[in-house]
Design a protein. Sequence first.
Length: 613
Amino acid sequence: MCGIIGIVVSKGAIKERLGSVLRKCLKNLEYRGYDSVGFAIINWNNELIVRRSKGKIDEVSRKLGFDDYDGHTGIAHTRWATHGKPSDVNAHPHIDCTKKIAVVHNGVIENYQELKRELLMKGHVFTSETDTEVIAHLIEEYKKKGIGTYEALKEAIRHLKGAYALAVIDKDEPGKIFFARNTSPLVIGIGKNEGVMFIASDIPAFLEYTNHVIVLNDGEIGFITSSQVFLEHINYGIVNVNERIRVVDWTPEMAKKAGYPHYMLKEIHEQPLALSSTLAGIGSEAHKLAELIASSKYVYLTGAGTSYHACLIAEYLLNDLVGIKATAFIASEYGRFRKSIARNDLLIAVSQSGETIDTLMAVRRAKNKGAIIAAISNVIDSAIPRESHIAVYTRAGPEIGVAATKTFTTQVLLLTWIIIKAAEIKGELSPKRTSEMLDLLKKIPDIVNTTIRITEPSARKISSEIALKTNAYYLGRGLAVPISMEGALKLKEIAYIHAEAYPAGESKHGPIALVEEGFPVFFTILSDEYKDLIIANIEEMRARGAWIITVAPKDHEKAFSISSFAFKMPRLEYWAETIPYIIPYQLIAYYTSITRGYDPDKPRNLAKTVTVE
Ligand code: M6R
C-alpha cells in the first residue's frame, strides 16, 4: 500500500532532472497504490517545492509538470488511501507548519488522533485528514528543542504506534533523506554512479539505476546523502552498512512491460520462464523444508488471496500424497487457531511479496507460541522470510500486475515439489515413483507454454460474452476447488464481475437457486476420482439453463458434449494439472477486463501489497 521513492544526488551525477527520475521510479511502484501522487524537491537554491494531487502518476505528473523540476534531494509518493479519502489535500508529501519539513509515509499510525489532539493544543495547524501529517508536525515540535532533524525524527518515532515506512526531507538540512521503518517495507539503493542514493518501498523502483540494495529491518532508522548511508537500530545502535549490501539478480527489463500492453499479460506469458527459474532455484532450503514436513505431525499453512489458494492446494496434497494432517487458513483469521497452534508445529506462510501484514502477523503470533515457521516467498529478504526459521523462494522475478499470475503457478510448483519430496522421505512414495513425479514437474514449463498458446484465442473469444454478464460460478471438486477459487478471484478483481467458487457438490445446497437462463458456470475437471462424478453437477446446472464453460482434460468427451464452451487441456496426473489449468482463467479475466474497458494492472480499490490489517 503506497509507494515511496527518495533520491539524493550530487551535481552532475545524473543527466536527467531529479523530477523526471523521481517520476520514473515512482511509476515502477504504481502497483502499490494509485489514487494520488505528489513530490517534494529541494532545488539547487535549497528551496523546498511541494506538489501533489489526486489521480494516477501519468495524469498528475503532466498536470504538475513533474519532469520540469530539478534539485538535489527529492521524495515522492503514490497513495492507496487508508485515512482520508483520495483528494489533493490528502495526497503526500505532508508538510509541517513552517513548510520546511516534508514527509511521505506508507502504513498506518494507530495513535495519530491522540497525537493530533496534543499537537493541535500546542498550536499546530493541520491541512489534511491523514494520519501521516502528525509526523511532520511532531518532527517540527521536537526541533523546537534545538535538536537536528535526525534527532527530532528519532524522538517522533518513539511516540508513533503502528506501521510505517517513512522518508523525510527538511529544508534546514538539504542533501539528506531521513528514513525509518517499522513493518512497512523500505529498501536503500546504492547508486552505481558515485553521488546517487535511493530509498524506496520496493527494489523495482530504482532497478534501472542500481541492483545494490540494503533491505531495512523493523526498528531501523537513518539517513542517506548522495554518497553515504547512516543506519542504526532504534534500540540496538549503529549498523555496519557494508555488511548489509546485497546484489539482486533482477534486471530492469524484468520489471518492464517488454512490449506487452499490460504487465499482467506479460506476466501470464512469462510463466514458462518463471516456472523454469523456480525449478532451477530449488536447493538445500527446499530439501530442508521437505524434511521438516516429513517429521511433522501437523502442518498449518497460511496466506492471503491468491497465496491462500496455493495453501489450499498444498493442504490437499499434504493429505493426499504424504498422509499428513494439514490445515490451510486465511492469515487474517489466525484467531481460529490461536489456541491450537503449539510449540514445534510447522506453519508454512506463503506470500509473494513477503510483506502482507495479515500473513506477517500470523507468522509473528505463531512464532511467539513456539511454532516453526517456513516462508514461501518471491521477494528475497522481505519481512516474512526474514522472520521465518527457513525461507524458500519462488524466483519468479518481479510481479508488477496487481493480479497474481506467475507467482501463483510458481508457488504451486514449488510447494508440489516440496510435498513430493516429503512423501518420499516419509516412505509414502518410492524413489522410483518420486523421480517419475519430479520428471513430470520438470515438463510443466513446456506444458504451460503450450497451454497459453492453445487457450489464449478461446479465452479472448469467450471474454466478449462474459463481459456482458454480472455473475458467474466457478465449480470443481477436490483440487479443482482452489483452482476455481483462484479463477473467480481473478475475474472479480480485474473485470469487476461478481464471481463465486464452490465445491461442485455443494452447489445444490443453495447456490443453484441463483441459476437461470444464460448464467455462466465454469467447471474445472481434473484427472482424478471426481472426473465422472462431476458430470451430474454439470447436468444439474444445464437443466436450469446455465451457460457451461468447461476446463477439462482434452479427452473428456462426456464433459465437453454437455458444455457450451470447451477448454481442452493436457491430460496429466491430477496433482500436476493444477498449474496449467489456471491458465485459461487468468486469460479469461484479463481479456474480459480489457473488453469492459478497464486497466487490469490497476484494479480499483486494490494494491499489490497489502500492508494494513
Ligand atoms: O504478496 P502476497 O502473496 O502475500 O499477497 C496476498 C494477496 O494480497 C494477493 O494474492 C492478492 O489476493 C492478489 N491481488 C490476487 O491476485
